[in-house]
Design a protein around this ligand. Structure first.
Ligand code: GTQ
Length: 371
């Protein structure tokens, strides 16, 4: 490749004349904008151990009353983006939120989409668009763009959950803002009761669908149901490598939210599973059991390889375009992981890629079945 001209090679008067007219020469920056073969990624493989994070989050509960925090959250910030950027990856924001008994995080709505993965505690609830969603370990609760939501806690012990938002992307698009609201009136209905089995959905022949919940009819995905679905899939298909389900919109079958993908993966006892390099970054959160995550070394990548031991409630991020190998550390029990990734975004933008690995043709089957 012929080396391109640099800024220094241009006469100062010419550069000044360009700047004064808001003009910039492309060629000195062309390779940085369009690097060869793979993108220049800021996202670093990063692991957050719940054992380390939890005491600091509980201390925030002593230091900062809910009224002074509104959302009492420690952000899981990827050092590759700089901690101030508060990003886990290019499009994903992660936060661990603490709510203490009797506290209330007031109603608001915002343009970014959010989900909550409940980490510990019982007795808390999130009201989304008037539906009161109880929170228990492993439950996933959606708060999609524009829907009012507030959190409360009637139990006796602290409740912690993982917030996953597409905030970095929406902020980059200069479209991030919120609106504050009053306490929501609640209605008695629950989407997960109306959508209790995949394959059948409420659709009366004679009654117009009520507009209110037409867009997001299912807001809470109880962990007990998702866990049972994974165990059933694993038992039915013993040869299936990636025992994985995607959280979907119950009537459209599309991803549950527009921008980030949400999945649950079961590793069989003792299983090792290699995920191919895909363009989207992904977040793993250990719901049950323990695993080991190896992020592979990749030629030309800015990040090094990394190996993490994931215990229950630990979280890690794997950059895009990077293969990873997951292992269940238990020979006797399944391990369950929650996965959030950027795949719907990449697919909608036409950027989605799975990179075949010539050294591992056996991965192509996994690549085709990956979310
Ligand atoms: O609970 O509504 O971690 O608005 C960041 C922004 C949580 C929330 C976050 C939010 C929320």
């Amino acid at each position: 490749m012929h080396p391109l001209g640099t800024l220094d090679e241009l006469p100062p008067d010419y550069r000044q004349a360009l700047s004064a007219r808001n003009l910039v020469p492309l060629w000195p920056s062309l390779r940085a904008l369009l690097p060869p073969q793979r993108p220049a990624q800021r996202t670093q493989p990063t692991h957050w151990a719940y054992r380390d994070l939890r005491p600091l989050l509980l201390r925030a509960g002593e230091l900062t009353p809910i009224e002074k925090a509104e959302r009492r959250v420690l952000v899981l910030a990827n050092p590759g983006h700089g901690l101030d950027a508060m990003q886990a990856s290019a499009a994903i924001y992660l936060g661990m939120q603490l709510l203490l008994p009797g506290e209330w995080a007031p109603s608001h709505r915002h343009t970014p989409n959010a989900v909550r993965m409940v980490v510990e505690g019982t007795g808390a609830w999130t009201t989304v668009d008037g539906e009161r969603c109880p929170m228990a370990r492993g439950d996933l609760i959606l708060t999609p763009t524009g829907l009012w939501h507030e959190h409360g806690h009637d139990g006796t012990d602290p409740v912690v959950w993982l917030d996953v938002l597409d905030l970095p992307l929406v902020f980059f698009l200069e479209a991030s803002y919120h609106e504050a609201g009053a306490r929501q009136p609640t209605h008695p209905h629950h989407g997960e009761c109306a959508h209790v089995r995949a394959g059948v959905a409420p659709r009366p022949l004679f009654e117009a669908a009520s507009g209110r919940h037409a867009r997001y009819p299912l807001l809470r995905y109880p962990w007990s149901d998702v866990r049972a679905a994974l165990l059933s899939l694993a038992a039915d298909q013993p040869a299936l490598q990636a025992v994985q389900v995607t959280y979907v919109h119950p009537t459209r079958g599309a991803d549950a939210e527009n921008i980030l993908g949400l999945h649950a993966l079961m590793l069989r006892p003792g299983q090792t599973l290699t995920l191919p390099a895909r363009s989207p970054a992904m977040v793993l959160h250990q719901i049950e059991g323990g695993s080991q995550v190896h992020v592979h070394a990749v030629a030309g990548a800015r990040h090094a390889e990394a190996t993490y031991t994931l215990d229950e409630a630990d979280t890690c991020v794997i950059p895009g375009y990077t293969p990873a190998t997951l292992s269940n550390r238990s020979p006797g029990e399944p391990a369950f992981l929650f996965i959030a990734d950027e795949s719907p975004l990449h697919r909608k933008l036409g950027l989605y890629e799975v990179r075949p690995d010539p050294a591992r043709p056996e991965l192509d089957a996994v690549a085709r079945s990956a979310p």
